[in-house]
Write a protein that binds this ligand. Structure first.
Ligand SMILES: Nc1ncnc2c1ncn2[C@@H]1O[C@H](COP(=O)(O)OP(=O)(O)OP(=O)(O)O)[C@@H](O)[C@H]1O
Length: 539
């Protein structure tokens, strides 16, 4: 006769089994991959390992394609601006944890081939529109040919992931880095973008400053985005793309009559190199006709495929529109020109270089100087936000100084397109150097709005006071994991920094988008009250 403990053990084992059986299986993840403009998807049950990921790529695109792939990058933001490389199980686990924390069961990956295998078509991904049909067969297909006429199961039809139709039946593209973005719950906008009811800022100390004709800018942004959409996967859209570009061009030329805009130099000489960023080199530029000095950013466009060339054309046109942005806290664009080898962006010359360089040369800033810069950054942001633009790349490297020690916001509105343009030659450009400053809602791919700039401002203030943003010791993928999953960013301020400064930073770094203040709210914060800013020439 079995003794009592044996019986108890058997009952326990049976119970355990029953509990395990009744537990729902872990939900599967949908993995979408884009390679050379083709998007394919598969479903994998958890846990997912890095080798599962590679197997999945092989099943979807073939063995040969797998061996030609240099980089697998996870796409976090809805406008593609944040893509980070996944190279091992640790990276993948962080990505999975971010997606779990967001309550999402989808992951988007962008695959880049080794240079020698480069295909003629490389386009940017925009696969956050999840209305597309996905088949779950990715695990069994063995396809060695990536240029199939009839796409294999798992392929997502291009037209299903490119465009959305708004209530006015206009195409609205969600790829709008740096451009006008309507937000629910924080302002009221028409969905068409052409009639805009903005926040009433008549009481603002800045409202008397130059204000753009928001209506025409919103329209311009929408049409430029439409042009961008055409540069994507769908070849049939090339005609509409050309039309969008044409309409954008006509608005460019029309705008130069309407507004007093700086002229693009036609007769100029290249001066010394001022610096180098992720997208190209910056030189001094002497305008022979006017005798003035400008800065010129040269971005290599040699050997780009035709679709990326369209992005270049649109960016060139957009910059010629951005020339109208005129504020003492914004680095003025003087236009853009294209040669066979370069896209050349002319800008106001800022003799003091970037605040990043200032920190690298002289160390962390004092609280008093940080306060002055913060106020000036906010003045620039209020102007941009009132005119329905989001900067999207606020960090010390994009804040430039004049000779008097005052600052301006630079690189406005170009980052997303530059990422798309340089992706072919420098796959990591731009996105890695931005991860630590990225707002949680961008990583979630949920809301795209002005308050992302406020989060980045909080990180920038930490950078000014400590020489690096929150989570500065972490690799980009680990940093965004912490931004997405932790309640509060981790940073340590010098002991002499006031509690008011700390409170101001914490306010900027409010995780909840809706609770986070606007630029206008912050400019009235008591941290910025002291009018005695040190300056050799106060504004
Ligand atoms: N308008 C300007 N006037 C004077 N110097 C400039 C100007 N724009 C850029 N520079 C110099 O060129 C450097 C590189 O600028 P760039 O905008 O290419 O890259 P970045 O902003 O430093 O980095 P990233 O490309 O990651 O945004 C700057 O650090 C600065 O020294």
């Amino acid at each position: 006769m079995a003794n009592q403990s044996d019986v108890l053990a058997a009952i326990q084992a049976n119970l355990q089994l029953a509990i395990q059986r009744s537990r729902p299986p872990e939900p599967a993840k949908t993995l979408k991959f884009e390679l050379d403009g083709q998007v394919r998807a598969c479903c994998l049950p958890k846990p997912i390992t890095y080798s599962d990921l590679l197997k999945c790529i092989q099943n979807l695109f073939g063995k040969r394609a797998l061996s030609s792939i240099e980089l697998t990058r996870c796409v976090f933001s809805r406008d593609d601006a944040l893509r980070l490389p996944i190279t091992n199980d640790e990276d993948l686990n962080k990505v999975l944890a971010i997606s779990d924390a967001n309550g999402s069961n989808k992951l988007n990956f962008f695959l880049t081939r080794k240079k020698t295998h480069a295909m003629s078509r490389v386009v940017s991904v925009n696969n956050h529109d999840d209305s597309g049909s996905i088949s779950d067969d990715g695990q069994t297909l063995d396809n060695d040919d990536t240029s199939v006429d009839s796409p294999p199961p798992g392929t997502i039809a291009p037209q299903k992931r490119r465009t959305k139709i708004n209530t006015n039946n206009q195409k609205v593209i969600s790829k709008d880095g740096g451009l006008f973005i309507p937000e629910a719950g924080d302002d009221t906008y028409s969905s068409g973008g052409s009639s805009v009811a903005s926040r009433d800022s008549s009481g603002s100390e800045h409202s008397s400053r130059r204000r753009l004709r928001t209506t025409s800018f919103a329209r311009l942004s929408a049409s430029s985005s439409a042009g961008s959409s055409g540069s994507g996967v769908n070849t049939s859209s090339s005609l509409s793309q050309a039309n969008s570009l044409e309409s954008l061009r006509s608005q460019c030329s029309c705008s130069s009559h309407q507004y007093k805009t700086p002229r693009t130099p036609t007769n100029w000489k290249l001066g010394r190199q001022l610096g180098q960023g992720a997208f190209g080199k910056v030189y001094l530029c002497y305008d022979v006709d006017t005798g003035s000095e400008l800065a010129i950013k040269q971005i290599s466009i040699r050997g780009l495929n035709s679709e990326t060339t369209q992005e270049v054309k649109i960016l060139e046109c957009e910059i010629n529109i951005f020339k109208q942005l005129d504020h003492e806290r914004i680095v003025r664009y003087h236009g853009a020109l294209r040669t066979d080898d370069f896209l050349q962006i002319f800008m106001e010359f800022m003799a003091g270089g970037s605040v990043r360089e200032q920190i690298l040369n002289y160390g962390a800033l004092t609280e008093q100087l940080t306060k002055k810069y913060t106020r000036q950054i906010l003045e620039g942001l209020v102007y941009l936000h009132e005119n329905h633009f989001v900067h999207r790349d606020i960090k010390c490297a994009n804040i430039l100084r004049d000779v008097s020690g005052n600052i301006k916001l630079s690189d406005f509105g170009t980052s997303r397109r530059l990422i798309a343009i340089t992706n072919q030659n420098q796959p990591d450009s731009g996105t890695i150097g931005t991860a630590h400053w990225t707002a949680p809602e961008i990583i979630r791919g949920s809301i795209f709005g002005r308050k992302a700039d406020i989060w980045s401002l909080g990180c920038t203030i930490v950078e000014m006071l400590t020489t690096g943003p929150p989570w500065q010791n972490l690799q980009p993928i680990a940093a965004i994991f912490h931004i997405a999953t932790c309640e509060k960013p981790e940073y340590k301020l010098p002991s002499n920094v006031s509690s008011l400064a700390k409170e101001f930073i914490d306010t900027c770094l409010t995780k909840d988008y809706n609770q986070r203040p606007t630029a206008l709210d912050l400019i009235r914060h008591s941290f910025l009250d002291n009018p005695q800013f040190p300056s050799s020439s106060s504004p």
